[in-house]
Design a binder for this molecule. Structure first.
Ligand code: SME
Length: 187
């Protein structure tokens, strides 16, 4: 069929899918992303160390800073354990409002991280069974836990409208962010 991509019908479906994913990947080169996070780190530290603002405000501003500075961060928020309950409660966030203000441990990507205590990188949310959708525009998600004295107290949750945008650079950067957030709760 003329004009419909010569040879496309001859390709294995896997190749097409992979090619689609590549096309929609974050357009950063690795050094560019590295430099972006390197530049952001002192800004994050400066903000979180601002003792004139309460913790809630600092985290709110942090969410806004990350969302506006990192092109593939479309929703940035914090969830914390809700008292002694086996559930997470939504904290400060930047991005579209979500109905998921309470998430039981074990449910969704966030609830799984509350139990696993490890980072969860989801390149394509369509591939997840235990996933709570917040918006149809979201294609990928990363959740990194926050530890205070070894206890998992909550997490930073980031949604992206880009397919497969998160790399180890994001994980290391968000671990750095969380190490600073952790200090606000260690007293
Ligand atoms: N997608 C998350 C729910 C929280 S929203 O992304 C804001 C999950 O599966 O746990």
């Amino acid at each position: 069929m003329p004009g419909h991509g010569a040879g496309a019908r001859d390709l294995a479906p896997g190749w097409k899918k992979y090619n689609f994913a590549r096309k929609n990947r974050c357009s950063f080169t690795i050094p560019k992303k590295h430099n972006m996070f390197k530049d952001l780190k002192p800004e994050v530290a400066h903000l979180l160390n601002n003792g004139t603002l309460n913790i809630e405000t600092r985290l709110q501003k942090l969410c806004e800073l990350l969302k506006s500075s990192v092109p593939h961060y479309d929703w940035v928020g914090f969830y914390f354990q809700n008292g002694d309950r086996q559930e997470l409660k939504l904290g400060p966030y930047a991005g579209a409002p979500t109905d998921h203000t309470i998430i039981p441990f074990g449910k969704g990507i966030c609830g799984q991280v509350a139990v696993s205590n490890t980072n969860f990188v989801v390149p394509d949310v369509m591939g997840q069974d235990n996933y709570i959708a917040c918006s149809i525009t979201v294609k990928a998600e990363i959740v990194v836990p926050i530890f205070v004295n070894g206890k998992n107290i909550g997490q930073i949750d980031i949604d992206s409208n880009t397919l497969d945008p998160f790399t180890e650079e994001d994980e290391r950067f968000l671990e750095y962010v969380n190490s600073l957030v952790s200090k606000l709760y260690a007293a």
